[in-house]
Ligand binder design. Structure first.
Ligand code: WTA
Length: 708
């Protein structure tokens, strides 16, 4: 495909009519609604319209007992919510349970011969492997015995797990949970360096690795990362004394990195000594930490979000049942990576606690072609499908007509992780769901444990591009910068906050209580001495809009908002507009410093395969679309047509890298990108072949697209 180096410098434009803030915010046109299919409603877990009454503020916090009661407890809690040390809320205090027992042991009575996990290798000629609950029980027990008696891990210790999407990953997590060992899973696509820093922060002395895995048709060497991780941890003062390595092909080492004697061990070899071993699950306090999940940022230290045992499991189980509509009979496939929070909550813990069959796919969605996900769904008879807008856009770009070639039928589909453009939503609904599936657009964060906003699938209408209302028991609110509530229908964007605590909220940032309070509660705290939860709204760091009908539309991180001539523009609004252009596959908008307007948007687009439209024509089309759909104020300074977007391994477009290029600033660390080569290509396209001196750049652009 041609990659023209065309720029269109628009003339300074003076708007005849000055737009007000309110007018700016409303550019995203309201979408019509879609209703859940009758067939879905007939079988749904949650159909009682009184659910919101049950979970209303007058029943708070007791309403959440409904979720806790879905679990098996060794000892029932005495206090539902303890607010004595705000904002460090405690849930189900006095209760004792074990997460592994809830996800594995207790399913044996009814479901021991049912598949708990079906693991789909990336190579298509390698058959999927089903692991029954009974087999999962045996494997988890043997591994727990190994972790305890061979690795010397005990309740409360931390262990860092750096693994790809293979069965041994959830098995390792569950074995940790059985012992009360706190796991910290680092996304497999992160570098060894990134893993080591996280391992050091958590104080792990044991790493669990896989030697290799398949990615885009190649066996990737993964164990080599462990050596780098150990070095990085050492620099931070943390010694790693054991590396436990799973072999992708047992008996055959798939890495070039030498095994270090007395430090590195093949788990499958050591396991021989633990065959048939059983380990009693350790009854854990509801408030004991279950896991850490680091959220990365290029500035500052990554934050280790510490999740609790009882509240977390109760929350993910309840939301898996009501929002994901999981029944034990369902074949459920969440295409996220377990190394992210979505995978923890909605591949492993929630679905297994409900005795579902959960699918784990090793590879990338478009390997060997864009029909792969639909072939997997057809073969395994998947009826619940869960993925991200990026994946949907990717599949739409690579194979818009692929889904109809396969006999796959979903009752329920999820989108999560980014705002979804209505255009993309509709393709998901029509092409993937074939008009038969309900869609939930779930908004939440690593810090939250589970969903915050979503429609209730059998009860609420769906509105493309809007996540929906707060889920049961979540009371979101939009505040402006002056701590004033912005009412429904105000047509202005503000900061979305959650007024109340909920069981899935994380406990703290590992080792940094101050940062926890500062980042999430300081901004809107009404009274720092108060022990009333009503004084402690949770600040999510996202911009949002609340429509009259009570549906929240998430605009993205507050640091993704571009302030153009003093007016706020959600970058997603612009991108959504671009995606209505038939030739456009993907779009990303970044702020560029402008002498007159402060900031103006620069638009990066990639085109669908086979598009022959000239760069000049595309630039005009984009500018025209933005002007007509949003307004001249949002007119892009330039339109850059690029062959691909820089992306993280999880598929998110790295707008910060584009913003840096657009502003001739340092692109920072790009080693975690899936396609770091593209960065130099785009830089040349935008800046020209000569390497120009870097500029310092203003704070807001430095922060743009990064986590707070
Ligand atoms: C964004 C992922 C719009 C949001 C579960 C949030 C969304 C960040 C949605 C958290 C959604 C997540 N619509 N935006 N449905 N879901 N986001 O921690 O900006 O990886 O703050 O958790 O993703 O990303 P995280």
């Amino acid at each position: 495909m041609a990659t023209p180096r065309q720029k269109l410098n628009t003339k300074e434009h003076k708007s005849k009519q000055k737009l007000t803030e309110a007018q700016i915010a409303v550019h995203w046109k309201e979408e019509g609604v879609f209703y859940p299919p009758k067939k879905f409603i007939e079988q749904a877990n949650l159909t009682d319209p009184k659910v919101m009454e049950r979970f209303s503020e007058k029943n708070f916090p007791k309403c959440f007992e409904e979720y806790a009661e879905m679990l098996s407890w060794y000892q029932r809690w005495k206090t539902v919510l303890d607010t004595s040390d705000p904002p460090f809320w405690k849930w189900f205090v006095g209760g004792k349970l074990n997460v592994c027992h809830n996800c594995v042991d207790r399913q044996l009575a009814k479901y021991k011969n049912k598949a708990a996990l079906i693991c789909v290798p990336e190579p298509e000629d390698e058959a999927p492997v089903a692991i029954t609950y009974q087999e999962l029980y045996s494997r988890v027990n043997e591994l727990a015995a190994l972790l305890r008696d061979f690795a010397g891990l005990k309740t409360g210790d931390r262990v860092t797990i750096h693994m790809p999407m293979i069965a041994e990953l959830p098995i390792t997590m569950l074995a940790c949970a059985r012992l009360g060992v706190v796991h910290s899973v680092v996304f497999g696509g992160f570098s060894g360096e990134a893993c080591g820093l996280r391992a050091a922060d958590s104080g792990s002395r044991v790493l669990v690795y896989a030697d290799s895995y398949y990615r885009s048709g190649k066996l990737a060497d993964h164990k080599a990362a462990a050596d780098l991780a150990i070095e990085a941890a050492k620099r931070e003062g943390q010694t790693i004394d054991k590396v436990l390595v799973w072999q992708r092909h047992p008996g055959k080492y798939g890495s070039a990195s030498p095994m270090v004697k007395g430090r590195d061990y093949f788990i499958n070899e050591v396991l021989k000594d633990f065959r048939g071993k059983r380990v009693e699950p350790v009854p854990m306090d509801a408030e004991a930490p279950l896991f850490l999940m680091y959220t990365s940022g290029t500035t500052g230290k990554p934050k280790g979000c510490q999740h609790r045992t009882g509240g977390y499991l109760a929350y993910v189980t309840g939301t898996s049942k009501y929002i994901q509509d999981i029944h034990p009979e369902d074949v459920y496939w969440c295409m996220a990576d377990i190394g992210w929070i979505t995978g923890h909550s909605y591949i492993v813990y929630g679905p297994l606690a409900l005795a579902a069959t959960s699918i784990i796919y090793e590879g990338i969605p478009i390997y060997p072609d864009a029909g792969r996900p639909w072939r997997i769904a057809e073969r395994l008879n998947v009826n619940i499908f869960h993925t991200s807008p990026t994946a949907i856009r990717m599949l739409r770009k690579a194979g818009p007509d692929e889904p109809k070639k396969y006999n796959c039928h979903f009752k329920h589909m999820t989108t999560v992780g980014e705002p979804i453009e209505p255009e993309v939503w509709k393709w998901y609904y029509n092409a993937v769901g074939k008009g038969e599936a309900v869609i939930v657009d779930t908004w939440w964060q690593t810090e939250n444990g589970g969903f915050l906003c979503s429609t209730k699938p059998a009860i609420d209408a769906m509105k493309p591009g809007s996540a929906g209302p707060g889920v049961p028991g979540i009371y979101p609110i939009i505040y402006d910068e002056n701590k004033q509530e912005m009412p429904a229908g105000s047509q202005k964007a503000g900061n979305i906050c959650i007024r109340n605590p909920w069981p899935g909220i994380f406990q703290t940032i590992w080792g940094d209580r101050d940062r926890f309070v500062r980042t999430y509660y300081q901004k809107y705290c009404k009274s720092p001495k108060s022990k009333d939860w009503r004084d402690w709204p949770y600040f999510a760091g996202d911009g949002a809009l609340l429509a009259k009908d009570g549906y929240f539309r998430i605009l993205g991180r507050v640091d993704d908002v571009i302030n153009v001539a003093g007016h706020r523009l959600g970058t997603k609004e612009l991108e959504s507009a671009c995606l209505t252009i038939p030739e456009v596959a993907e779009a990303a908008v970044v702020p560029v410093v402008d002498e007159i307007k402060g900031r103006v948007p620069e638009i990066y687009i990639s085109l669908k395969p086979g598009v022959t439209t000239s760069a000049k024509e595309m630039t005009e089309k984009v500018t025209h679309t933005i002007e007509t759909m949003i307004g001249k104020i949002a007119r892009p300074k330039t339109v850059q047509i690029v062959p691909d977007m820089p992306k993280t391994r999880s598929g998110k477009i790295m707008r910060r890298v584009l913003a840096a290029i657009s502003n001739r600033m340092d692109t920072g660390d790009i080693t975690t990108l899936a396609n770091s080569d593209i960065v130099e290509q785009i830089r040349e396209l935008v800046q020209g072949r000569a390497v120009l001196p870097l500029q310092e750049g203003p704070e807001d652009i430095k922060r743009f697209g990064q986590e707070p």
